[in-house]
Design a protein around this ligand. Structure first.
Ligand code: FES
Ligand SMILES: [Fe+2]
Length: 318
């Protein structure tokens, strides 16, 4: 898409107020700024962070009346609405192994579809509910045995009042490929010209990046913000708008291993603004959420292709 809204169109909204630093790095073309060594080191540092065994399953609102099956780290789980909270457990019935996700929920308990065994929080014959955590937007499960467990997932700060939208898709890659994609923001304006006008990295440390980016609303209309990327755990990268319109909004990208060479990308956008229009938008949250999801999905189809390509290259399967 031609026509950077910043140059050949209009910017709207409150712009970022900080200066664009004129570091030497920024004078280089994007392909030189996007330093494979820096990305590799930043990915390695992220991979060394603790995660406490916690994995994002899906949006909390994705769990409805019926139980749902998920595969996480090569384990088959069933997730359902218990009497008081969302619950997760192994999907195999402890009697003869039926898929509990094919059963139904009665009074907050699972009813096995084969012989009617009722299973709930109290467990049965070695079958136990797993530790789970509903953070209000996303549902997490803790899988013990590999990582040092923590009481809760390592959550990032979210705006107190926001509109959230969650997109989930799977890709043929591992979580580190998803994180590596996000630790290369330099691809943004080249690879997603429909969504980004101009994108410059204005700050870079060993673990985080701040970009000044023009998001396109239309071909010639955009909004410019400063956004910081950092990793609170090895399977999450968070983009926080730190200056400009919508400051405080976050996009959390969670990469959950599904099976060897396969990951789920669960991305939660929690948008906020102190504008009056946004208060109205919160009332029409369903509509706004659909627009946010369309946009996030389009971006992730492309970024999943990037992550899959990286995985194929590093595992020698291209
Ligand atoms: S397999 Fe579930 S009750 Fe028999
Ligand atoms: Fe991207």
């Amino acid at each position: 898409m031609s026509g950077d809204p910043r140059r050949r169109g209009f910017l709207f909204g409150r712009p970022p107020t900080g200066p664009e630093s004129a570091r030497e790095l920024q004078r280089l073309p994007d392909w030189q700024q996007s330093d494979p060594k820096w990305i590799k080191t930043a990915v390695r540092r992220a991979m060394a962070l603790p995660a406490g065994g916690w994995h994002v399953i899906d949006a909390a609102r994705a769990i409805g009346e019926r139980p749902r099956q998920y595969r996480i780290d090569d384990r088959e789980l069933v997730v359902w609405r218990g009497a008081e909270r969302l619950l997760a457990a192994p999907n195999a019935c402890p009697h003869l192994g039926a898929s509990l996700a094919d059963g139904r929920v009665r009074d907050g308990c699972l009813v096995c579809p084969w012989h009617g065994l009722v299973l709930g929080e109290r467990g049965h014959a070695g079958w136990r509910v797993l530790p789970s955590y509903d953070d209000g937007v996303l549902l997490w499960v803790r899988l013990d045995g590999v990582e040092q467990p923590s009481a809760k997932p390592f959550l990032c700060a979210r705006p107190a009042r926001g509109i959230d939208a969650v997109v989930r898709m799977e890709a043929a890659c591992e979580p580190e490929d998803v994180i590596a994609n996000r630790l290369d923001p330099w691809h943004g304006a080249h690879f997603h010209p429909h969504s980004f006008g101009r994108l410059r990295v204005i700050e870079r440390t060993a673990d985080s990046i701040v970009v000044r980016v023009t998001y396109r609303a239309t071909r010639r209309l955009g909004v410019e913000v400063d956004a910081r990327f950092d990793c609170p755990d090895p399977r999450t990268i968070v983009m926080t708008i730190v200056d400009g319109e919508g400051a405080g909004s976050v996009v959390e990208t969670h990469a959950t291993p599904v099976a060897p060479g396969r990951s789920a990308i669960v991305e939660a956008t929690v948008a906020t603004s102190d504008r009056f229009g946004f208060r109205l938008a919160r009332r029409a949250a369903g509509l706004v959420r659909r627009g946010m999801l369309r946009r996030a999905h389009r971006l992730w189809v492309e970024d999943a292709a990037y992550a899959e390509r990286r995985y194929a290259l590093r595992t020698g399967t291209v």
